[in-house]
Design a protein around this ligand. Structure first.
Ligand code: GCU
Length: 434
């Protein structure tokens, strides 16, 4: 009897204590005084926006092998150090594409419709994966300058987007403000055409889904063996799948002889900016990369504790990565790579990076510093780095070299000024003929 009394006393005491604790628990703010989001990761980490609290970190040296040996010349970078870093990203971060990745085939839905007052021809292709009729498929909409011919092929701006991609959802057809208008995420298509570029868009989730419950519904599912439930350890997460799918879209576009598939600029924003960087690293046909506001595990240094952390992405978007990435939550310094190396994997090809003042979550300064740290690789390859290690003034593009940067006033978006700076930056490599 006594025992039960004691037990119930204990129980009610602990209930009361629990209630007190809940009442006393400090309210954890969801934003700081400047409106920046604060997230509390399972590792105990809370978002930091104070430069004084960023902490010290040492980045892996791009020009030193894992063994400690120095990279002495361009050949050592290209033939040995670069493949070493690609493999680290494949093994530990984004995952490698399995040999069972599905085959792609192309179907032409719309062979050529004159649009933009005759300035362009619009085509609609569908890239189908696997051999089932109801398998995953990606709609690709292409605007081709009317004057592009196999004798005078044009460079291509390829843009992976969140919502658009279908002919009925292009800016040319859906005026801003109309209920069917897509968010203004596609670029100024008439301007691209006037400058002499072809412009193609596709929706990333048509390659693979982007939620816990859809992220194994597209090409990654097709790659599974019978009875296999998920990709094997070290195999692709969805970022690698989106980058791989981009290559299949590019295959389809390269078959059009009016497009010069060696002059391709690839554009992605945010998680698609992360994808653009990995696509640039793994597909040499991409001659220029534009990673807009790509943030954590994109262009911004993961070791810098500012804005979104590695712990946040690992917990909130585990499907973006290979399974082995999880072990770096709370252990950022154990990562054998960081974003300066991801950027350097595209060298000597130019990379353009942007950030916004109202997008501190993506750590624009950390993106800039990553480009600074990628500089030695560009220089080794005879290319021009950013030219400075000082963050430039807002809205002043730094685009004289092969690494480009622009810190825009504004939010998490590709701003009109970003497009203008990108076109000037990319034009030197892609050489469109207006
Ligand atoms: C979230 C995520 C970012 C990502 C962004 C986006 O904010 O935390 O890492 O870049 O979504 O894709 O819009």
């Amino acid at each position: 009897m006594k025992f039960f009394h004691a037990l119930s006393l204990l129980l009610s005491l602990s209930v009361a204590l629990g209630a007190m604790r809940a009442a006393d628990a400090p309210v954890r703010p969801k934003q700081d005084a400047n409106g920046n989001p604060i997230r509390y990761a399972a590792t105990g980490h809370a978002s930091n926006y104070d430069e004084a609290k960023v902490g010290n970190y040492t980045l892996p040296d791009p020009l030193v092998f894992r063994s400690g040996e120095k990279v002495r010349d361009a050949a050592a970078w290209t033939n040995r150090r670069r493949p070493e870093i690609v493999k680290l990203y494949e093994d530990e971060i984004f995952g490698r594409v399995p040999a069972t990745a599905p085959k792609a085939r192309v179907e032409v839905i719309e062979a050529g419709t004159s649009v933009l007052d005759g300035a362009a021809t619009r085509k609609h292709l569908v890239v189908r994966f696997g051999d089932k009729a109801d398998g995953p498929k990606v709609n690709v909409v292409v605007y081709l300058p009317a004057k592009a011919t196999p004798q005078a092929p044009v460079p291509l701006l390829l843009h992976t987007v969140f919502f658009g991609g279908l002919p009925s959802a292009t800016p040319a057809e859906a005026p801003a403000g109309s209920p069917k208008a897509p968010p203004r995420e596609t670029g100024p298509v008439a301007d691209f055409i006037a400058r002499g570029y072809a412009y193609a868009t596709f929706r990333y989730t048509e390659i693979e889904g982007d939620r816990a419950d859809t992220s194994l519904a597209g090409v990654r599912r097709l790659a599974l063996a019978a009875g296999q439930e998920k990709p094997a350890s070290g195999e692709w997460g969805t970022i690698a799948a989106w980058a791989w799918g981009t290559g299949r879209v590019l295959d389809a576009l390269a078959a059009d002889r009016a497009i010069d598939a060696r002059r391709v600029g690839f554009i992605g924003h945010s998680r698609l900016g992360k994808t653009a960087l990995w696509a640039g690293a793994t597909d040499a046909r991409i001659a220029v990369v534009f990673a807009s506001c790509s943030g954590e595990l994109g262009a911004s240094l993961a070791r810098r504790d500012y804005g979104e952390s590695l712990d946040d992405v690992a917990a909130n978007f585990p499907w973006w990565f290979t399974d082995r990435f999880q072990k770096f939550a709370g252990r950022w310094n154990d990562m054998p790579v960081d974003s300066h190396l991801l950027i350097a994997l595209s060298a000597p090809r130019p990379v353009f990076v942007t950030g916004g003042t109202q997008d501190q979550w993506a750590d624009p300064r950390g993106e800039f510093l990553a480009e600074v740290a990628a500089g030695p690789v560009y220089r080794l390859l005879g290319k021009k780095d950013l030219g400075t290690d000082q963050l430039p003034a807002l809205d002043v593009p730094l685009i004289a070299g092969d690494l480009g940067f622009l810190y825009h006033t504004g939010g998490h978006t590709i701003a009109p000024g970003d497009w203008a700076a990108f076109l000037e930056f990319a034009g030197r490599t892609l050489r469109p003929m207006p």
